[in-house]
Design a protein around this ligand. Structure first.
Ligand code: ADP
Length: 673
């Protein structure tokens, strides 16, 4: 549990909550002497004296009654006839009841005598002074209660904030642990929503709850305990309504949970909408689609409003409904109590409800204590909503944290040292988790693919669009795992190796260069964060980055802007290449490195690649086999519909492969055009 590390603070906060709750009921109890003073006895001393003499009379009466019953019992011998025997039982029962009452009155007398001799004697005689004293005491208790409540809130609020921070960190760790496919299937905007909006809601909820969630039920319990002490029979009647209240809370909670999930999902759609529009702002402007996006956004906002309103409605309803229910329960105490007071009796319909008829101040106290239960229950119904909302969100977040990665590492991985022999794809089938249509009947992107690449080779992979080239190279750093078949480095299945061992050996320069909002220097250093400035500089020179940064006032320290927006496609590609050069991997993968750049940049990239490819294995996806490239390629692999259809040198393939001939023809026509 996330709160476990903060258990001490939490315990302390619970203790403060208990103190605050007990003081709450004590404060309400203090109204009792005040009611007495405004009653017929005017002073506490009078009241106690009156109560005492009434108790003495009651005791005497019970004693007399018991004596009489003793005498009556003699008339019904133990071994008498049957009818007399049952009458004897009635007498014994009466005797027992009188005995219990005698004990109650005796303990009451003891309490009253103690109050008279210890408490009353030390209190002022003057009623006003007495009132002022009591009021002073109430103020003092209010202060102490407030202080305890403050400490409880601060402590519990601190725990809530810490838990939310931990949760955020755990979520971030989880998302970093996941494979790219799961992240993209779940939707990055959903992650973003949960990492920001949901967490914020949870933090707000938990802080709002603070310690009150503990304090309010305690307050109600403390008042109930006091009520129980004064009259357990009537309190029991009140408690009978509690399961109903519990069922109500449960019902509301279920609806709230559903509503909360809908609200967060709806916010996720707003995030996705925003992300899509902002990231593609050029397209939005170019196609003059602002109106379309505005309408879509408006629709999402409206749907969010509707879901949020559902939440508000449930929230608004729970207070009054639970208040009504508690009022009904309270009347189950107050009506019989008032009946007992006004009729000066102890039972209704022969059901004994009190040991002695309650007095008016007692009735007033009941009322105050019931109000003391009602108030926390009303508040708790509000908190309960927040709790349900927060738990619904927490459940979502925990689901995210526990989300398994599609890439699993073995318990006991094999040691994978630097590849020295070959890389092999053996009977590899692959399909994406959510497959787009049009990949044949089986939906396989790679279909029984076999390919062996010897270490030190420079291989170009060519093939029509969608033939699975990118997918193939993405299997090497284990971004994805094959559905069937194996990928082997020196005969070791990648699934049996440690992820780190694999990724240390493979560097990938993707089609879309990924740059971070930092300087060019730092973006290159990303390839190997421990590299010294000189090493970064060297890599920048080899990747022909210096050729364009020298013309910039800040040189390598020029910021690239968000996602490298301040640079051209060719410049970004060269930075990506320099990054790979700095990493110095045994296996280098380039996914169409020259697709978006001019002939000059292409020439520079290939010339630096020629030097760099020496002594390492290079796999290059390309659409454009230029003479410079053909010069240093050792082999060309032709891919079609997820299978290797031919491999060999350029000249060989022109002779043997139809697919290659078509590709080559298309390329030459493109150049001629
Ligand atoms: P190439 O690089 O040869 O153009 P790809 O390997 O990128 O081909 O894609 C092969 C097939 O896999 C295509 O039909 C494409 O639609 C599908 N595909 C690629 N990436 C994904 C993905 N992330 N999710 C689902 N399908 C994908």
């Amino acid at each position: 549990m996330l709160v476990w590390p903060y258990r001490r603070r939490l315990m302390l906060s619970v203790v403060f909550g208990l103190v605050a709750a007990s003081l709450w009921s004590f404060e309400l109890l203090l109204t009792f002497p005040i009611t007495i003073m405004f009653g017929e006895h005017s002073t506490l001393a009078n009241y106690v004296a009156h109560e005492k003499s009434a108790t003495i009379i009651a005791i005497e009466a019970r004693k007399r009654q018991l004596d009489n019953l003793d005498a009556t019992l003699q008339l019904y011998p133990e071994n008498g006839e049957r009818r007399r025997l049952s009458e004897r039982v009635v007498v014994i029962k009466d005797q027992q009841r009188q005995q219990v009452e005698l004990e109650v009155y005796t303990s009451k007398l003891w309490l009253l005598t103690w109050v008279e001799s210890v408490v009353i004697r030390n209190l002022p005689d003057d009623p006003f002074r007495m009132f002022a004293l009591l009021f002073g005491l109430i103020l003092l208790v209010t202060f102490a209660k407030g202080a305890a409540g403050y400490f409880q809130d601060v402590l519990a609020g601190g725990v809530a904030e810490s838990v939310v921070i931990d949760l955020r960190q755990q979520m971030f760790r989880s998302v970093l642990r996941l494979d790219p496919q799961t992240v993209s299937l779940q939707g990055p905007s959903n992650w973003l929503t949960d990492l920001t909006y949901s967490l914020q809601q949870l933090a707000a909820g938990m802080t709002e709850l603070g310690g009150r969630v503990v304090r309010e039920p305690f307050k109600a319990i403390a008042c109930l305990a006091a009520l129980f002490y004064f009259n357990w029979q009537l309190t029991l009647g009140f408690l009978l309504f509690m399961p109903l209240l519990g069922a109500l809370f449960h019902w509301l909670g279920q609806r709230l949970k559903r509503a909360a999930n809908r609200v967060v999902d709806s916010m996720g759609r707003i995030y996705r909408n925003l992300e899509e529009t902002l990231q593609n702002s050029k397209a939005v402007i170019a196609f003059d689609q602002a109106g379309h996006h505005r309408r879509k956004f408006h629709r999402e906002n409206k749907s969010f409003y509707e879901h949020a309103m559902r939440l508000v409605q449930i929230d608004a309803m729970s207070g009054p409904v639970s208040e009504l229910l508690v009022m009904v329960a309270a009347s189950a105490v107050l009506l019989p109590a008032a009946f007992l007071v006004l009729r000066n009796t102890t039972s209704i319909w022969n059901i004994p409800l009190a040991s002695s008829p309650p007095t008016f101040p007692e009735l007033a106290l009941f009322y105050v204590l019931l109000a003391g239960v009602l108030e926390p229950v009303r508040k708790f119904s509000k908190f309960y909503n927040t709790i349900r909302f927060s738990t619904a969100i927490a459940e979502r977040l925990f689901e995210r944290i526990d989300c398994p990665s599609l890439i699993q590492t073995p318990q006991a991985p094999q040691i994978l040292s630097t590849v020295s022999r070959d890389i092999e794809f053996r009977d590899v089938d692959f399909e994406y988790a959510r497959q787009t249509q049009g990949q044949g009947d089986r939906g396989l992107v790679l279909d029984g693919l076999n390919l062996k690449i010897a270490i030190g080779e420079t291989v170009a992979i060519v093939g029509p669009n969608g033939s699975g080239k990118s997918t193939l190279v993405n299997l090497l750093p284990r971004f994805y795992d094959p559905k069937r078949g194996k990928i082997l480095f020196d005969g070791i299945d990648l699934k049996d190796a440690r992820l780190r061992d694999i990724r240390e050996q493979v560097a990938i320069v993707p089609q879309e260069t990924v740059l971070f909002d930092d300087t060019i220097l730092e973006n290159i250093r990303y390839g190997r964060p421990t590299a010294a400035d000189e090493e970064v500089l060297f890599a920048a020179r080899r990747g022909h980055v210096l050729a364009f940064t020298d013309a910039m006032p800040l040189g390598l320290l020029t910021p690239v802007g968000e996602q490298g927006k301040q640079l051209s496609g060719g410049q970004k590609q060269r930075i990506a290449l320099a990054r790979a050069i700095l990493r110095d991997p045994p296996i280098l993968i380039l996914d169409e490195p020259t697709s978006a750049i001019d002939a000059h940049s292409e020439h520079l990239i290939y010339s630096s690649l020629r030097d760099f490819a020496c002594g390492r294995t290079t796999i290059l996806i390309t659409h454009c086999l230029t003479p410079v490239l053909l010069e240093f390629l050792t082999r060309i692999v032709v891919l079609d519909r997820g299978q290797v259809v031919a491999t060999g040198s350029h000249d060989e393939l022109l002779q043997t492969s139809l697919v290659y001939q078509r590709l080559w023809l298309a390329q030459t026509q493109r150049f001629a055009a």
